[in-house]
Design a protein around this ligand. Structure first.
Ligand code: NDP
Length: 386
C-alpha cells in the first residue's frame, strides 16, 4: 500500500459548484505535434468539465487509488512551519501538486521525505521541486506535458490583446457606469504591424506564434536550439541568437521558458534597459523569470506600457505583492493552465502516470523531468540543473 499525498487548491469560497456554465467540453484526440492525450487504462473518477483541481475534486483519483489499496491524503495547507503538507510528507510515497498551488519540494523537505519515490506535477512546470535534490534522492519527477499548453497559449493571446488595446481599464469604465472615451483610448493601440517575439518557442511558445500570425504582426523568437527551417518559413519567423537581440526590436515580448537556476531573473534592470520605450511583456511561464521590483520600475518609468500574466512568486502571492497594484498590469492569479478543459487533461494524465508507476510500467518519456538520478525525457530537453 502506498500513501499518495495530494496538495490541491482550496474549494471555491462559495462551495463546490452545484452546476457548470456548460454541459460538456470538446473532446481533443491529440495535440498539435501528434502526441496523444492521456490514456489511462481505468475509467476516470470524474466527468470531464468538472472542477477537479480543488480539494473536493481530488483530481478524481480516489476511486482508482482506494480500489487498488492505496491511501489518498488530500491537503491544501502547504506553507509555513508545521503545515499539513509537512506533517504528512514523511509518510508519502507519492506527492502530487499543481503549479497553481505548488507544494514547494525544497532540498530540506526532500531530505525529510524518506519514502518519496514520485513527485508528480498535475500540470506542466516542475520548478517547485528542487530538481537537483530530487535527482540526488532518486525521486522521479514527472508532469503531464502538453495537457494545458493550448490553454496557456490562449491566455497569452488574450493578454496581448488586452494590454495593447487597453481592454481592462475600458472594461472597468463600463463596469463603473462611465463613458469617457478619451480616457479609455488614450493608451489603446492596434496590434497589427507590431513586432511580437517569444523567448521560448516550445509547445506553448509555438502555439502562441501560430495563433498570432493572422493578426499581421512580425514574428520573432529566441531559444537555445533553432526551429526547423520549414517552421520558420511557414510562420515567417525571425530567429534571435540571444534574448537581448529580440527585446531591442520587439514591441510585445512573451516569456515561455522553464524556470531553472540560469533562467531565474532573466528579465532584470539590464534587460529592461534594452527594451523599446512602451513595450509590453507577457509572462505566463514563471514569476521568478523576472526580477519582481525591476518589473515595477519598468512600468513606472515607461519602459513597459504593460505587463500581464498569471505567474508569481511565491504562490499564492501575498496580499501586498507589488504586482497586484503596479500600473498598467493585466495580472490574474495562476489560472491560465487550470481551465476546466485543462484540468480534465492533466487529471487524466495524472491517473495514467500513477497507473504506470504502480504497475511498474514505464512512464511516457515526454512526461519525465527527472528519472534515474538525472534530467530525463522532456526534462532533459527543456530544463537545466544549473
Ligand atoms: P517546452 O519545453 O515545450 O518549451 C520551452 C522552450 O524553452 C523550449 O523550446 C526550450 O528550447 C526553451 N528554453 C529552455 N531554456 C531556455 C533558455 N535558457 N533560453 C532560451 N530558451 C530556452 O515547454 P512549454 O512550452 O510546454 O512550457 C513552457 C513553460 O510554461 C513551462 O516550463 C512552465 O513553466 C510554463 N507553463 C505555465 C502554465 C500556466 O498555467 N501559466 C501551464 C503550463 C506551462 P531550447 O531547449 O531550444 O532552448
Amino acid at each position: 500500500m502506498a500513501t499518495v499525498l495530494c496538495v490541491l487548491f482550496p474549494d471555491p469560497e462559495t462551495g463546490y459548484p452545484p452546476q457548470y456554465a456548460r454541459n460538456s467540453i470538446p473532446t481533443i484526440g491529440a495535440y498539435p505535434n501528434g502526441q496523444t492525450v492521456p490514456s489511462p487504462r481505468e475509467p476516470l473518477g470524474f466527468k470531464p468539465g468538472q472542477l477537479v483541481g480543488c480539494v473536493s475534486g481530488e483530481l478524481g483519483l480516489r476511486p482508482y487509488l482506494e480500489a487498488n489499496g492505496h491511501r489518498l491524503v488530500v491537503v491544501s495547507d502547504k506553507d509555513g512551519a508545521n503545515s499539513a503538507f509537512d506533517r504528512h510528507l514523511p509518510e508519502a510515497d507519492v506527492v502530487i501538486s499543481q503549479p497553481f498551488w505548488p507544494a514547494y519540494l525544497t532540498a530540506e523537505r526532500l531530505a525529510k521525505a524518506k519514502n518519496l519515490r514520485l513527485a508528480l506535477t498535475a500540470g506542466i512546470g516542475s520548478d517547485h521541486v528542487d530538481l537537483s535534490a530530487a535527482a540526488r534522492h532518486g525521486v522521479t519527477v514527472a508532469e503531464v506535458t502538453f495537457s494545458n499548453s493550448i490553454s496557456v497559449a490562449e491566455h497569452v493571446v488574450m493578454t496581448v490583446l488586452s494590454l495593447v488595446r487597453n481592454f481592462l481599464p475600458a472594461h472597468d469604465t463600463a463596469d463603473a457606469g462611465g463613458w469617457n472615451i478619451a480616457e479609455c483610448v488614450s493608451r489603446s493601440y492596434d496590434l497589427e504591424g507590431m513586432h511580437f517575439g517569444t523567448i521560448g518557442a516550445g509547445r506553448i511558445g509555438q502555439a502562441v506564434l501560430r495563433r498570432l500570425k493572422p493578426f499581421d504582426v512580425y514574428l520573432h523568437y529566441h531559444q537555445r536550439h533553432r526551429l526547423p527551417g520549414q517552421v520558420e518559413r511557414e510562420l515567417g519567423l525571425t530567429f534571435h541568437a540571444n534574448p537581448q537581440s529580440l527585446v531591442q526590436v520587439c514591441d510585445v515580448v512573451n516569456l515561455q521558458v522553464p524556470l531553472y537556476p540560469s533562467t531565474e531573473h532573466l528579465f532584470d534592470d539590464a534587460m529592461f534597459s534594452l527594451m523599446k520605450r512602451g513595450s509590453y511583456l507577457i509572462n505566463t511561464a514563471r514569476g521568478k523569470l523576472c526580477d519582481r521590483d525591476a518589473v515595477v520600475r519598468a512600468l513606472q518609468n515607461g519602459t513597459l506600457a504593460g505587463y500581464g500574466g498569471d505567474v508569481w512568486f511565491p504562490q499564492p502571492a501575498p496580499a501586498d505583492h507589488p504586482w497586484r497594484t503596479m500600473p498598467h498590469q493585466g495580472m490574474t492569479p495562476h489560472i491560465s493552465g487550470a481551465s476546466l478543459s485543462g484540468q480534465a487533461r492533466y487529471a487524466a494524465g495524472t491517473l495514467e502516470i500513477l497507473q504506470n508507476f504502480f504497475e511498474g510500467k514505464p512512464i511516457r518519456s515526454e512526461y519525465l523531468i527527472v528519472d534515474g538520478g538525472s534530467l530525463a525525457g522532456a526534462g532533459a530537453a527543456s530544463y537545466g540543473l544549473t
